[in-house]
Structure formats: C-alpha cells, structure tokens
Design a protein around this ligand. Structure first.
Ligand SMILES: [Zn+2]
Length: 271
C-alpha cells in the first residue's frame, strides 16, 4: 500500500477489510482510514434526512442544546460556522440561544434548502460544492460528525482554522472514538451481525479518515488549537424494529457494539 497514513504519515499499514474500498489500519499510530473512500455527497438527499434524522430529532435537539451550553460556558463568540450542518438542527439551537448571524455549510443543497425553510434570513448557507470558501472570520467553528466525511481533512481543517477562525476563536468537534478494541469486538461479532452491519459499524464505506481519542488530540494540536474540554457520550443511532427472536438478539448485539463507539466531544481554542 503506497498511501501514507493520514494521521501520522506512517507506512506500516494493514488491510483490515477488503470490500468496495479497503479499510486500512496504521500499525504506527493505530489510526484507521479507507481507500478509495467513496464520496458521501450523493447520499444526502432529502430522503436521507427524513429517514435518519426525523426519528431522532428530540435526541439531537437535546444533545445540541448541551453543546451550545458548553460553548456559552467557555465564552465562545459568534458568528458560528457549522461546517457540515445537515438540515440545520445545531443552527436552530444556536439561533434559539441568541447566537446571531450563524452560518451553515454543507455538500447537500437539499439540506441547505431545509435550513433556509426553517430559519430564513436568520442564518447564511454555503454550498460546499462551490470552488472557493468565503473569506469570513468566525468566532466559533463546529464540526459535528463531519470530519470523517471530508477528503483531505487535514488540509480542509487547517484552512478553516487559519483563514476562517478568529484569533482566540473556539473549535468544537464531535466524532466517533473508533479504537482497536472496538474493531476486534466488531470482527468477533461479524458472524452474528452479518457483513452489511459489520461494514456499516466499522465505517468501511462512505468515510475517509476515522479518529480515536489519541489521534484526534494530535489532530487538534496540529491545527494550532489548545484543548479546553473533552468528553465522551453515546453515539446516536436508531435501530429498525426487530421481528422474531433471532432479529431481536441481533439488535441487542448491535446495541452492545454501538455502545463501544462513543462520540468524542472536544472543545478547543485557537492559539
Ligand atoms: Zn498512522
């Protein structure tokens, strides 16, 4: 494999899943990534948001209110950029909390249309298909579950922090903590959960770079930010209702596995 590890530039790589794309594990830093990563952009049509986010809107609102409280506790300033804003739940909560002139950026024009419909001129939207990103300085930038979807994540995040985050500005990141022990457990349970669930739960498709609690800290430091607060919380996933004992048992196994990939929430400040 002549692709260097995106976390540490290491070259001691091991193929852990050889599917539509190869899932690679770096023996130097324990980082994971997928090559070639399949673009997620086409997935995010209006049906995607309806299927995936409508059932968990209450949970998402609850979590995002906690993050906005956290931002306030650390004196985060506006305007806020939500990079990968989806259908705009965080923007809604920010607006409700009094943050003005927030801005949502997303690859999905459908998602941005939903944001506009909900919040109108109270927020600005930026389609990420556009060649250039506006030269605006934000007091806060949020990346909620969007990092692993960004090709050239290091380059994109660096540009965002250097060019779009004000001095002393706040960076809030949420991304799943995907550790080696999690992968070992997932592999062990693969015969029970099946290849499809295994591929989904090991993020082998439709992601670029996977983070864990160690390499995310190094990543944030490389961006020139000091970590002020970090915590873990349950990943939010909604399971389809199971029918029959076998299916119910499988759902239980999936839930156990899910508990092992908590989301990391990291608040840092640009130095
Ligand atoms: Zn590495």
């Amino acid at each position: 494999m002549n692709v260097p590890c995106p976390h540490c530039s290491g070259s001691r790589l091991q193929i852990v899943l050889d599917g539509a794309s190869k899932s690679l594990h770096c023996r130097d830093c324990g980082g994971r990534f997928n090559v070639p990563a399949r673009s997620t952009d086409a997935l995010y049509n209006i049906g995607y948001y309806f299927r995936n986010y409508t059932p968990r809107r209450e949970l998402q609102l609850h979590q995002f209110r906690n993050y906005v409280t956290l931002l306030q506790e650390y004196g985060a300033r506006g305007p806020v950029l939500d990079y990968g804003c989806g259908s705009g739940v965080l923007l809604e909560v920010l607006t409700e909390a009094g943050f003005e002139d927030s801005c949502g950026a997303d690859v999905s024009v459908d998602a941005l249309a939903v944001v506009k419909q909900k919040l109108g001129n109270r927020v600005t939207t930026i389609p990420l298909q556009r060649e250039s990103f506006p030269d605006t300085k934000f007091g806060t930038i949020c990346l909620m579950d969007s990092l692993s979807h960004i090709p050239d994540v290091e380059q994109v995040a660096n540009r965002l922090v250097q060019e779009n985050l004000a001095a002393g500005g706040t960076l809030l990141i949420r991304t799943p903590n995907i550790t080696d022990s999690y992968f070992r457990l997932a592999r062990l349970l693969k015969p029970i959960i099946g290849l499809r669930a295994y591929t989904k739960l090991t993020f082998a498709d439709f992601r670029y770079v996977l983070f864990n609690d160690k390499n995310i800290r190094r990543f944030v430091k490389r961006l020139g930010c000091e970590i002020l607060h970090e915590r873990e919380e349950d990943e939010m996933l909604v399971y389809p209702p199971s029918r029959g004992i076998v299916s119910a048992g499988r759902t239980v196994v999936l839930k156990i596995l899910q508990k092992r990939i908590p989301s990391m929430v990291i608040l840092s400040r640009k130095q």
